[in-house]
Design a protein around this ligand. Structure first.
Ligand SMILES: [Zn+2]
Length: 490
């Protein structure tokens, strides 16, 4: 048995007395639990600690693993420079893990280090561990913008690496819970904050790791959690493993949730193959969803399947609704995978002879030549959520109040530059704020909107044109926001 145990640990800097200067007394239960967890870790005498930190450098499409032989860190950022520590990395483990991840098509490795110094997501857990044990090597891994399933897969790679090297490994999943538990907390109050904490503590207390994969990204965003992906990587490291679970503590007096649970491996349990179970149910869900796709989306999906299989654009099929042959209009084809944008290309006005051709051309571009993404791979096609927006005639508007991002798209034009935002009924609150911020900004001097009923009531889209200083960055900002919520500590 190579993964001995795992620990869900928070990282509030003020729990360190030199930083808290008395404030730490408000989270005494967390401190007590932390000492208990650190003693358990020392008792296991791990050769390697794999630490997952949300405050290590983060990429949307890469898991960063700290390179090199060693690193140091201190709490200077929190006015306690005197508290410092040094770690030695398990370079052999890192090398094997990198190779294994690559063979599984998971982008992970030691490239792109921006900050060699240890982050506080690493420092706080090790501050406690080192009081009882310093005789270990560290593997330090950051989170990514990949799906939760991919975080689980990375955990499976960690598990296999530990097995291949016959290392005695302890996993530390560093992560705070919601940052929105209280009005006077760092990010204010939102009902999703306490909801997230209750749900995650329930899941983690039962060791019901499969349920981690079912948390919706938008719910996690609203709750402003920090550690969910750390916990999910740890879950992957316990794939098919029986565990003893203990919940040691939960507190949140400063508006941020801190939970501590411990997991000790107790042999194999083939029924805990959570990723496999998740993928099977996802497949059912995807098939059911595809069956309900409208003719526009069906055409886009047929196009993408054909193009990826043969490298050729399909002919316009003969069984489409009339308006797809008779009408000309701009159209956008958007692809999402696991809730994340995977490609989106379109035309603001018609450039082809029919709407069908417009959709076919844009579907090919969306899956093969969106400059922001690599081309869609054959295995991804069935996982894609495809949407097709048909643009109506533009109509000028004179005030941001006429704009409703839930119903209308927006076209921003200034000089020769143009930016576009598709109507989005599911737009998270934060993104709506971005749109409104642009609309009310000083550089706004002309505002347009589109009004053109589409062939079905749900296709009635309105695009509104308005000039903005940075029209392209409207979309840029939206992408960034949806990539991953990232929170500085209070
Ligand atoms: Zn954090």
């Amino acid at each position: 048995m190579s993964i001995l145990a795992g620990f869900m640990l928070p990282h509030p800097p003020l729990i360190v007395p030199e930083i808290g200067k008395g404030q730490e007394q408000a989270i005494q239960a967390t401190t007590d639990a932390y000492h208990k967890a650190a003693q358990e870790i020392a008792g296991l005498k791990p050769e390697t600690i794999v630490l997952l930190s949300p405050h290590q450098i983060l990429y949307t499409d890469y898991f960063h693993i700290s390179p090199g032989k060693s690193a140091v860190g201190d709490f200077a950022q929190f006015r306690a420079k005197q508290v410092s520590l040094k770690v030695f990395y398990d370079t052999e483990f890192v090398k094997v893990l990198e190779g294994l991840a690559e063979s599984r098509d998971l982008h992970a490795g030691t490239l792109g280090e921006r900050e060699k110094k240890l982050d506080h997501g690493t420092m706080v857990p090790l501050y406690f561990v080192n009081q009882y044990d310093t005789d270990y090597q560290l593997v330090r891994i950051g989170l990514s913008g990949f799906s939760l399933a991919d975080h689980y897969r990375l955990g499976q790679c960690i598990r296999e690496t530990a097995g291949m090297l016959d290392r005695k490994v302890v996993i530390i999943a560093s992560g705070d819970l919601s940052h929105r538990l209280k009005e006077d907390g760092p990010y204010g109050y939102r009902k999703e904050g306490p909801e997230y904490d209750a749900r995650i503590m329930d899941v983690m207390t039962r060791g019901a790791f499969g349920e981690l994969l079912q948390f919706e990204e938008s719910f996690c965003d609203k709750a402003a959690e920090c550690g969910h992906r750390s916990f999910t990587i740890m879950a992957g490291a316990f794939d098919r493993t029986a565990i003893d679970v203990k919940r040691l503590s939960y507190e949140g007096p400063f508006g941020v949730g801190y939970g501590i649970c411990t997991y000790h491996a107790r042999g194999t349990d083939e029924t805990r193959n959570f990723l496999e179970q998740f993928e099977a149910s996802e497949k059912q869900r995807l098939l059911a969803r595809q069956a309900k796709e409208d003719p526009y989306v069906k055409l886009a999906r047929h196009t993408i399947e054909t193009y990826i299989r043969t490298g050729k654009r399909p002919q316009v099929p003969e069984d489409l609704p009339e308006e797809l042959y008779n009408r000309r209009a701009g159209a956008f084809v958007s692809l999402k995978e696991d809730g994340r944008l995977r490609g989106c290309i379109g035309t603001i006005a018609a450039v082809h002879n029919s709407l069908a051709e417009e959709i076919i051309h844009n579907a090919v571009s969306a899956c093969s030549s969106d400059p922001r993404f690599s081309p869609v791979e054959p295995w991804e096609v069935e996982r894609l959520t495809i949407s097709v927006d048909v643009l109506g005639d533009t109509e000028r508007i004179s005030s941001p109040n006429e704009l409703d991002p839930e119903r209308y798209g927006v076209i921003v034009t200034k000089g020769g530059r143009r930016g576009l935002l598709l109507p989005n009924p599911g737009l998270p609150g934060g993104q709506r704020t971005v749109v409104h911020a642009y609309l009310t900004s000083d550089c706004l001097h002309q505002l347009w909107s589109d009004h053109l009923p589409g062939p079905g009531s749900d296709r009635e889209k309105t695009a509104e044109k308005f000039p903005s200083g940075k029209p392209d960055s409207v979309r840029g900002k939206l992408r960034l926001q949806s990539a991953l919520p990232f929170l500085p500590e209070p």
